[in-house]
Design a protein around this ligand. Sequence first.
Ligand SMILES: Nc1ncnc2c1ncn2[C@@H]1O[C@H](COP(=O)(O)OP(=O)(O)OP(=O)(O)O)[C@@H](O)[C@H]1O
Length: 602
Amino acid sequence: MRGGDRLGFVPLLVYLKKLRSFAGGRLYLNLFGTMIVSLLEGIGILLLAPMLSLIGLLDSSVGGIPYLASVAEPLRSLPASWQLPVVLAVFVALLLGQGLLQRRLTNMNSELEQGFIRHLRMDVYRGLLQSDWAFFLRRRKSDFIHHATTELPRVSFGIFTFLQLATSLLFTLIQIGFALWLSAPLTIVVLLCGLALAVCSRSKVRNSRAIGQETTELMQRYVAGMTDHFNGIKDIKSNRLEKQHLTWFGELCDRLERNIIQFTRLQSASRFQYKAASTLLIAGFVYLAFSVLHVQAETLLFIVLIFSRLWPKFSMLQSGAEQLAQTIPAFRNLWELQREVEAAQEPEPPEESEAVRIVQGFELRDVSYRYDRQGDAYALRDVNLRIPANRMTAIVGKSGAGKSTLIDLLIGLIQPERGEVLADGKPLVEGMGNELRRAVSYVSQEPFLFHESVKDNLRLAAPDATEEQMWEALRFAAAEPFVRKLPQGLDTLLGDRGVRLSGGERQRIVLARAILRKPSVLILDEATSALDSEHEASIQEALVRLRGSMTLIVIAHRLSTIRDADQIVVLDGGKIVQRGGYTELAEENAGVFGRLLGYQVG
Ligand SMILES: Nc1ncnc2c1ncn2[C@@H]1O[C@H](COP(=O)(O)OP(=O)(O)OP(=O)(O)O)[C@@H](O)[C@H]1O
């Protein structure tokens, strides 16, 4: 595709099609309206001739202007004092009508453009949210922000530039028709000059595209850098890294500045070329018409008038083509992302009828997984494991042992490279994870709260939950006392502009949110790591109470957390090296579990 589409117009066509299916008839109505406006403007100009003739500047009997006599004759039948007012009234009515239509059209265009941007935003965002996990493992998150905030508006701007270009082109053709009617030889000379200039300016369009490509790359780096920096702002401040980051930022801003200025220079050079050419051409025309062709002065005046309307259109077309070329890389970029997203879509489960429940449990049979299929590092290798329903299974092991990978496979976020995962005896084939995850509540290592109130954060998991149920969940997660003390209780705003919570407090609210959903499977991935011993003990007790009503899978570095687990699985280097009850494993002194325990109890 890339080879056959060197200019990159395929993505432009793709988005034009999207615009057409979004806007339907409105698009054609707009294009038609734009043409009418241009036509009215053209007629307004043509009326200048009878006006000039009536004022006496132009002789209506002149044969050089074809339509002048036929417009002037009916006017002459009117009383002399009416002639000019009538022409002026028609002129005013035409231009006012054109102005009103233009106003309406501008509003309609804006509605269309903004509607299309919204539609495109939703399309991209929905696609991203419904992509599988493997897709998110491949891409940088900042790329999505870059696409949504920079590339998407560029694409929309490019599309409307293209539409403007298309209507301008059409109108220019109409004007050329008029001009040909007035004087074919001179119009042909103007056209040839315009064409010659356009051919000479081809490199400008190519350069615009190259500048656009650089804009895309620079903006991508800018957004990625800013996202990284503000995610790591605490590290930056506490390690005094401001200077290094400022240097990086300064260099990037420099390049961005040069990139934009380069494009402006290219455009202004282009405009100057057209202007210089127009000046030289007009001078040449006057000389040619007067001294060589001996055209009458009136005809020449009129042709200069037409030329001065036509030439700026050429210049506008050139400038539009450069603008469009500058946005073409954004089209390609967004289109590539959308195609990747499309290929990564997870099938949507059927509408929720009743909650999915896990009644037998999970099983992993000879499961192996590598993040990099070309590399030789296995995150998990030949894992066989049964996780019974309504019991508590703990997974322990050193950092990097493969614990989180195992969980991702269990809930269908990623697919095994070899072997199979079964949920209630059924193979968890690609696409089934979405349905299974309706039964799961997962609390990650980095608990995430939105900048909303406590209540809104809880409602995300269970939109119909009552306040009573919320307090119950908070009690379970040992969060009730501190939430009661918040300034507005459940309505307190959390996050940057609200109350800042400690790591442990955040973990407890996220745990409450997970419980509120009444899941069939509760997975805690280092979910209590930030808690002090007292709070952790109370959560442990609550978890023990849950046993029997839901399947609990707990990853923990702190081994005291999993003392009550029914089964402990010990992973090392992607393999299961031990499995059993807490006391049983603790007694195997030579085992990994015994060693880990040894480090912790000192
Ligand atoms: N997105 C990824 N891309 C490439 N390699 C990865 C990715 N995520 C994890 N790995 C690698 O896979 C292995 C297992 O990682 P995993 O996150 O499952 O370990 P873990 O036991 O959960 O570690 P921790 O306790 O530190 O969270 C590690 O070697 C890790 O470097």
